[in-house]
Design a binder for this molecule. Structure first.
Ligand SMILES: [Zn+2]
Length: 869
């Protein structure tokens, strides 16, 4: 079992010699650092923090010329030079400063970084060795905040235990001088590096309270929150850039996010901004290589990669970054190739190892993927991603695998026994429908993993716990999904989820994963609707309003609607709009046009170019689509009065002239009906509810008129009417579990076995783990003369309720009696174990026994076995 890698918890991994070493430093009594020229220095530091690098260089140069004492002056001077990419000046200034301050660890760390960037590995190593010597020899020198943090940074480069560095240097620095942000930033960054975003967020949140005007602190918070709270992350990022518009790390992070949102033009504009500040900024060039890749410009990609690398040899971080960005946008194969290059330059570079492990697992190359995950964990036991992967691997080992020619399905063993075959059938149906429709021949089996534990799903999918909103994710030939067991409170139709994800498999295969997010989602949602009218999304009053209020995102920027949506509903709207665009393209230009667009994407053509080419031009498409969407919106409730009714301060609708029943306003009618229901005026409530259903039959939101009307009928004992109303709702809703359950009860009561079968299957398509559904379905199958399905249903009951399934055992014995008397006997014995006085079971057992005897008179009576099935 691997140890917990969290920085906040101790790791039981053997410690290296540095522990003794770090202890030594801490044993030294801290003394006050130099406070000379504090105010002047603070003013100069502010120049740096607000991005006035040139001014900072001028002021620090004056101080250096005047031979002002203190390493802070040259440190700030060199930092400013480096910000502007003036490496040679920075080198010269560092060399000069080290003559005066040969003991300065902060200067030597910068010196090491410069040697490294210049490809002078030996000199870089020599600096590190010198730092080590200095710390060991003169530990009393390095006890102020800045130096404690610098020592911590250096020790991490010397491969000290991160947790020891955290406790003995960073935490110590924070305690000794809580008025400086350095230690907070160092701790937060270390946590980010280990993918421990929660710890990083905690640290930066505390820092922001104290140092709201520090751009590094705001930027750190933005990074820490990016995966959990996109909006808050954006706010922090905006704040950092407000304080310092030239804050290169924040600008780089902005580029990163713009690339994820597929806003490539904006990303390029920000890259230009960074390169204006620092023409040699390595990451900016790396991002430009990523953009060149997306623009199918291999020459540019190569040239920008070379610019990013500069003179650094054996420097893996550029290839790591390019690969990571490609993988983020689903180019796992290309991303993996970059990670391999990174590892060629430095085989011990843990981030590339871990990223490659994830890429390979997403590509379905599991053997090497897991090996690398193990290797990554060995290399960096503190990295949360590799720790999570190792734990996941252990959990996955307990899963059961179901296979056919096209799919490898992994599920929890019990779930596999209950509904595994149904999963395979559904996937086969999806494969036959969609592969034929889109002319795709799958070249390898598709791996589908269904997780009963949401956090396992998240780790397999994102490398991290989180992502609670996702039901399933497709990487191409690997699909991950949450099992219904993980969504107790809010179950969704798992069949529609798998259909949706498999559709991604088709479109990702067709385009070699070169798929803009919106189009991929749009086709999947559209195909859900094609497969089953209840699946996918449909027009709602909210969507109608947004469309009519011109809130559609332009098609050319549609992927950005998936990034930082203001609410969950906005994200859903992005899916819906995307599916409408697909529907419009198919209606107006034909399925073949869509297929040609996919073909173009596969060949590396940017999506907007493909749309331009395969429709009547992008501008016309935008225009036509807006009209199409408006028409669709207008078609919802054409007779409804959509005005917002006036409400008093408590939220109650103010009475207008005229009876509520004359109104065509949904809110007015709904409120009127609810008042009547609350007063138990069931008969009177029927009228407004029936009117609501006439006006807006599409409304299947949680408190819809169907449910309310069914309640009224039920109270009045009008079972047939109740059934009819609920049946209408069931025919529209893909996941109305309580409605299906009620319909099942009603169908069993009136012994309508066809209806029992339909509703049991509706239930199973949402929650396949309810014994009640299988019991009822099994009975229906018996009544409808479907013994094979009945056996499967009873077997599911046995899996789900092994200790109370006496009737299931008995019924299975009856069903198996003719063809498999031995199994029948076993089931009877199991039933009798639980209920020894079960007379029918005794009778049937005796009967089978006699039959077997008379069929084989030459053999002696076979001893009754009690083995399990
Ligand atoms: Zn999707």
């Amino acid at each position: 079992m691997p140890c917990s890698p969290r920085l906040s918890h101790p790791c039981t991994r053997p410690r290296c010699d540095w522990l003794r070493f770090t202890g030594l430093v801490i044993a030294i009594t801290l003394c006050a650092g130099s406070v000379a020229h504090a105010t002047e220095l603070d003013d100069t530091r502010e120049l740096f923090q607000t991005g006035r690098y040139q001014q900072c260089i001028t002021v620090t140069q004056q101080a250096l010329d005047a031979r002002r004492y203190g390493e802070d002056w040259p440190v700030l001077h060199v930092e400013s030079q480096l910000m502007l990419g003036r490496h040679e000046e920075a080198r010269a200034a560092t060399t000069a400063a080290l003559k005066r301050y040969p003991w300065s660890i902060r200067l030597r760390l910068m010196s090491r970084q410069m040697f490294h960037k210049a490809g002078q590995a030996e000199q870089a190593q020599a600096e590190l060795a010198e730092i080590r010597r200095l710390i060991l020899r003169f530990p009393w020198r390095y006890t102020d905040t800045a130096n404690l943090v610098a020592c911590g940074d250096a020790l991490l480069q010397l491969e000290a235990e991160p947790r020891d560095v955290l406790l003995n240097f960073y935490d110590r620095a924070k305690k000794e001088n809580p008025n400086r942000p350095d230690a907070y930033v160092a701790i937060g960054n270390l946590a980010l590096e280990k993918h421990d975003d929660a710890l990083a967020a905690e640290e930066f949140r505390a820092a922001v309270k104290q140092f709201p005007d520090d751009p590094d602190v705001q930027f750190g918070l933005a990074r820490a929150l990016a995966s959990s709270d996109s909006q808050a992350a954006q706010q922090a990022l905006d704040r950092a850039l407000e304080i310092n518009p030239q804050h290169v790390p924040s600008l780089l992070f902005t580029i990163d996010r713009l690339i994820d949102a597929e806003r490539y033009d904006d990303a390029e504009a920000t890259i230009r901004l960074v390169l204006e500040i620092n023409p040699l900024q390595s990451q900016a060039w790396a991002y430009r290589a990523v953009l060149a890749h997306y623009a199918a410009d291999p020459k540019g990609e190569q040239a920008y990669r070379a610019a990013a690398r500069g003179r650094a040899v054996n420097e893996p971080s550029v290839d790591y970054l390019i690969g990571k960005k490609l993988s983020r946008n689903y180019r796992f194969r290309e991303g993996a190739a970059y990670q391999r290059r990174a590892l060629q330059q430095d085989a011990d570079f843990a981030p590339a190892t871990i990223q490659l492990a994830q890429d390979l697992l997403r590509l379905g190359d599991e053997e090497e993927g897991w090996q690398l995950a193990q290797a990554g964990f060995k290399r960096d036991g503190y990295d949360v991603v590799s720790f999570n992967l190792i734990t996941l691997q252990e959990n996955l080992a307990k899963f059961r695998t179901l296979e056919d020619d096209d799919f490898i399905v992994r599920m929890d063993a019990r779930e596999a026994a209950v509904y595994g075959p149904r999963v395979l059938q559904l996937l086969q149906r999806a494969k036959q429908t969609l592969c034929e429709k889109y002319d795709l021949q799958l070249s390898a089996p598709v791996i589908v993993e269904i997780f009963p534990d949401q956090s396992d799903f998240a780790v397999r999918t994102f490398g991290m716990p989180g992502g609670a909103g996702y039901l399933g994710v497709c990487f191409g030939n690997v699909i991950t999904a949450n099992s219904p067991a993980s969504q107790a409170g809010n179950p969704t139709n798992w069949e529609s989820v798998l259909w949706h994800e498999f559709c991604h498999t088709v479109t990702l295969n067709l385009t070699n994963n070169k798929m803009p997010r919106w189009l991929s989602e749009g086709i999947s949602v559209y195909e859900e609707r094609q497969a089953d009218g209840r699946w996918g999304q449909s027009m709602t009053p909210q969507y109608r309003k947004w469309i009519l209020d011109d809130k559609l995102t332009p098609i050319s920027q549609l992927s950005s609607a998936f990034m930082s949506p203001p609410s969950g509903m906005h994200l859903q709207f992005a899916y819906f709009q995307s599916s409408l665009v697909v529907e419009h393209v198919i209606e107006k230009h034909g399925l073949d046009a869509l297929k040609l667009i996919l073909h173009d994407l596969g060949a590396g053509v940017p999506v907007n170019v493909a749309l331009e080419r395969r429709t009547e031009g992008l501008a016309k498409l935008e225009n036509d689509f807006a009209k199409f969407a408006r028409k669709r919106a207008m078609a919802l409730g054409p007779d409804v009065d959509w005005t917002e009714p006036r409400r008093d301060e408590t939220g109650i609708i103010e009475a207008d002239a005229g009876a509520p029943l004359d109104s065509k306003n949904i809110a007015v009618l709904t409120e009127h009906a609810k008042t009547l229901l609350a007063a138990e005026q069931w008969e009177s409530a029927k009228q407004p509810l029936q009117k609501l259903l006439e006006l807006l039959p599409e409304d299947i939101s949680s408190e819809n008129a169907y449910v309310l009307l069914a309640t009224a009928h039920r109270q009045l004992g009008e079972t047939d009417q109740e059934t009819a109303v609920l049946e209408k709702l069931a025919a529209r809703s893909p996941d109305a579990l309580p409605v299906y359950l009620r319909l099942l009860t009603l169908a069993v009561e009136r012994q309508d076995w066809k209806a029992v079968e339909i509703n049991a299957n509706r239930i199973i398509s949402v929650n396949p783990l309810l014994p009640r559904a299988y019991n009822a379905w099994a009975r229906a199958c018996r009544e409808l003369g479907k013994p094979v399905a009945a056996v499967a249903a009873y077997q599911a009951v046995l899996e789900l309720e092994p200790h109370v399934a006496i009737d299931a055992h008995y019924q299975l014995a009856r069903l198996l009696h003719k063809n498999d008397p031995q199994s029948a006997k076993n089931h009877l014995l199991r039933a009798l174990e639980e209920a020894p006085r079960f007379r029918e079971a005794h009778r049937l057992l005796l009967k089978i026994h006699r039959e077997q005897k008379s069929a084989e008179p030459q053999e002696s009576a076979e001893p009754i076995e009690t083995k399990a099935d």
